[in-house]
Design a protein around this ligand. Structure first.
Ligand SMILES: Nc1ncnc2c1ncn2[C@@H]1O[C@H](COP(=O)(O)OP(=O)(O)O)[C@@H](O)[C@H]1O
Ligand SMILES: [Mg+2]
Length: 402
């Protein structure tokens, strides 16, 4: 056994993942409790039975808006009019879990909280939903804290179009790869977006307070360069890993970042790049006025190539694209295990779709060998005959597990 596999096994021997999961008023589930005993966990059921909902709930144990990027208010279980009849209480969703991190048990709870803020100027009430998170019953203020205890990597059917569709989902995907390694990255991207909106609105409103604008541009530039540097580091890490540890079944790939600020860092030290980026933003103030796009880390994209054929991913077949995506995910998973010292949870929604039998079985075998926790959904139980009694099986019907 090579050094890499030995190291991976040493880490995954200490178990990490979700042990118990409890959903309350979560989408189609009034209340659901799952005990995970062995991995992989295979969830089967008809379309619309609630398979993805379970994976989504697990993704809410990590920072962000879950694997569907949902509005928090959409998750609360919609009750039938019969059920509401006579009740004057609102329901609220929550996800609670006991998780293991290297055999240590930790409890995580997350729920939504309605915040009502009084706006004194027009006596109006401003309402919004906020996600609250508790770790071992203690409320935490930064969701990024969760990353110290649990990490999840997911593949969903929407991602079948990751390479051929628009850049936004690709950029989010890229940033998720980064913040698994660099918890600050989530904060930086959120702060950058906040500043960008502020800058945009200021310019739109016709405000030409140069000092104010310059100060925002300078903050955007320093955050932007940090974001670009972290993205570069992660892509380099994955490319090097794939180069040194090619997979025997899933294709060799090369990932190329495509962004002006990222490119600038090829030749300029960070401090210079910040100055250039700030100047660059100042030079684009009119773009906002004329509704032209603004260049910078908000536009960064990446391209994936199938190395053997030097073929860009978007020109590959659907099945090939799925295999490329799995190559990225497998490399990311292994890098994460080595770097963070605990295994991530894999959430693989309908992952077997578009894969030929050989690749499907190879993927299942690799997941099994890695001994990490994987939650896999499918409409067909027959997809998993390779695993037989080496997996835990659940069937869902009418919001209940069997
Ligand atoms: N807020 C909600 N309240 C109740 N049911 C919901 C809510 N949001 C989605 N659903 C239901 O959940 C089901 C979809 O579950 P999903 O997990 O996507 O199914 P699948 O098993 O196909 O993955 C749909 O039937 C949908 O109507
Ligand atoms: Mg689904």
């Amino acid at each position: 056994m090579n050094f890499l596999n030995k190291k991976l096994q040493e880490i995954s021997k200490l178990k990490s993942g979700v042990k118990r999961l409890t959903l309350t008023d979560y989408r189609n589930y009034k209340s659901l409790r799952i005990n995970a005993e062995i991995s992989p966990i295979i969830i089967t059921g008809e379309n619309g039975s609630g398979k993805t909902n379970i994976l989504e709930a697990i993704s809410f144990l990590t920072p962000g808006r879950g694997l569907r990027s949902s509005k928090l208010s959409d998750i609360k279980r919609i009750r039938s009019s019969e059920e509401i009849n006579g009740l004057n209480t609102e329901n609220a969703w929550s996800v609670a879990a006991d998780i293991l991190k290297n055999d240590e048990e930790i409890s995580i709870g997350t729920a939504v909280q309605r915040v009502v803020r009084e706006n004194t100027e027009d006596d109006d009430f401003h309402k919004f939903d906020r996600r609250i998170v508790k770790i071992n019953q203690q409320k935490i203020t930064q969701q990024s804290e969760l990353g110290k205890y649990i990490s999840a990597i997911w593949i969903t059917p929407q991602m079948d179009r990751l390479f051929s569709g628009g850049p936004q989902p690709r950029r989010s995907f890229l940033d998720r790869l980064v913040y698994a390694f660099d918890l600050e990255h989530a904060k930086r991207t959120a702060n950058f977006e906040h500043l960008y909106r502020q800058w945009f609105q200021l310019l739109k409103s016709g405000n030409r307070d140069v000092h104010w604008l310059q100060s925002i541009e300078s903050d955007m530039a320093s955050l932007g360069v940090a974001i670009a540097a972290a993205r570069r580091e992660q892509i380099a890490r994955l490319n090097t890993f794939i180069e040194n540890e090619p997979d025997d079944i899933f294709p060799d790939i090369r990932i190329e970042l495509d962004g002006t600020v990222e490119k600038m860092l090829d030749t300029e030290p960070a401090i210079k790049a910040e100055d250039f980026y700030a100047e660059n933003l100042a030079g684009q103030r009119n773009n906002v006025l004329y509704n032209d796009s603004v260049d910078g880390v908000n536009r960064t994209d990446f391209k994936v190539f199938l190395k053997k054929k030097n073929m860009p991913a978007e020109l590959c077949s659907t099945g090939e694209q799925k295999a490329l995506l799995i190559s990225i995910i497998l490399a990311q998973t292994k890098c994460q295990i080595l770097n963070k010292g605990f295994t991530p949870v894999l959430l693989l929604d309908e992952v077997t779709t578009h894969l030929d039998d050989q690749k499907r079985d190879a993927l299942l075998q690799k997941i099994y060998d890695l001994q990490l926790q994987a939650w896999i959904t499918s409409t067909e139980e027959s997809n998993f005959s390779l695993l037989q009694n080496k997996a835990q099986y659940f069937k869902i019907k009418d919001g209940k597990l069997f």
